[in-house]
Design a protein around this ligand. Structure first.
Ligand SMILES: C[S@@+](CC[C@H](N)C(=O)[O-])C[C@H]1O[C@@H](n2cnc3c(N)ncnc32)[C@H](O)[C@@H]1O
Length: 316
């Protein structure tokens, strides 16, 4: 797309905004950004993002509470647990000051509908709930570790958790505020641990071994060497037959352009090969199985690694 067409996109969106066609403005911008990103080099895309931020329409879209929180990063990064709550529960107002004006409501509703990544994040939560349930069917009173747990919202949907079928649930995060939300939820059968992934990598946190370890919304921020080392350390924490589940955004999905340009949310994307590379530091003979799957929106990929051993390997 040449410079004229790029300008044209932003001007078209501005006209639609001025005419009160907010829904149309959202989809025109969303599709247009995705088209530009997919036809640009990394350098051209960064230049265009600068151009976008200088255009009047960029201020308009910051009225969406989700977009604004990502852009302003009150906890230092985009994608904090409060922001993820906006995605999980569209009706829930996560902060008192987030009471929307009319335009912000329209934007929030419309963007929630068209941004596939939001649908995928909700689907990721459902998958995590199901995996917790399946673990409790596979192992009696399992030990489960959630790494970078956020608000652990998947626990609310899990029948195994509701029915107290968990031996011990450990929820780990760097964010003390997030852990204070989780502590109440798991107080009868678990504990929260305030730690960073560096603590996990350096083995400074004493932990038992687990039947299921999972992490969602963390690897998208991790460069290769750190991600490989963490994968190896988490795998070592598994019981025989235990499983490690890692989620990551896929590259080249349409939402990325909106996330980068409008939300200023830059992630590390992994395809199947890059996910497979994460297990390089684990000796092959210790792995029973590697299952790779993509959720129904085709935005997030999952890799589940099963350790050798265990009476019920492969049963659920
Ligand atoms: C996108 S949220 C995902 C939360 C939750 N897993 C979910 O799926 O809803 C990312 C979480 O990772 C945590 N996190 C980010 N970097 C971390 C690090 N280096 N060590 C520990 N936790 C980290 C954040 O505090 C945040 O709660």
């Amino acid at each position: 797309m040449n410079q004229l067409n790029k300008n044209n996109l932003l001007n078209q969106v501005e006209i639609k905004i001025n005419q009160g066609q907010f829904s149309d403005a959202c989809s025109t911008l969303y599709d247009g950004l995705s088209h530009i990103r997919s036809h640009s080099s990394a350098e051209e895309w960064k230049q265009f993002v600068t151009q976008y931020r200088e255009h009047a329409v960029s201020q308009f879209f910051l009225q969406d509470p989700l977009t604004r929180r990502a852009f302003e990063k009150p906890r230092g990064y985009a994608g904090d647990p409060v922001m993820i709550d906006f995605v999980y529960d569209h009706d829930k107002v996560a902060t008192p000051c987030a009471r929307p004006t009319e335009i912000s409501e329209i934007l929030n509703c419309e963007l929630n509908r068209i941004v596939q990544a939001s649908h995928a994040v909700r689907e990721r939560k459902h998958i995590l709930s199901r995996k917790i349930n399946q673990t409790a069917e596979r192992v009696a009173n399992p030990y489960i570790l959630s790494v970078a747990c956020g608000h652990l919202r998947e626990a609310l949907d899990s029948v195994a958790i509701q029915n107290r079928k968990i031996g011990k649930f450990v929820a780990m995060d760097q964010d003390k505020e997030a852990l204070s939300v989780v502590a109440e939820l798991i107080k009868d059968f678990g504990e929260t641990i305030h730690a960073t992934l560096i603590d996990l990598i350096c083995d400074t946190v004493p932990l038992p071994s687990f039947d299921f370890i999972y992490t969602a919304g963390l690897y998208d921020y991790l460069p290769e060497s750190l991600a490989q080392k963490l994968t190896s350390n988490l795998f070592n924490l598994l019981n025989p037959g235990g499983r490690l589940l890692i989620a990551n955004y896929l590259p080249d999905t349409p939402s990325i352009a909106y996330m980068e340009a409008v939300m200023d949310w830059w992630l590390i994307y992994r395809d199947k090969e890059r996910m497979q590379a994460l297990i390089q530091q684990i000796p092959q003979e210790k792995i029973n199985d590697v299952d790779m799957f993509v959720e129904k929106n085709q935005v997030i990929i999952f890799m589940e690694i099963e350790k050798v051993g265990g009476a019920n390997a492969g049963s659920v």
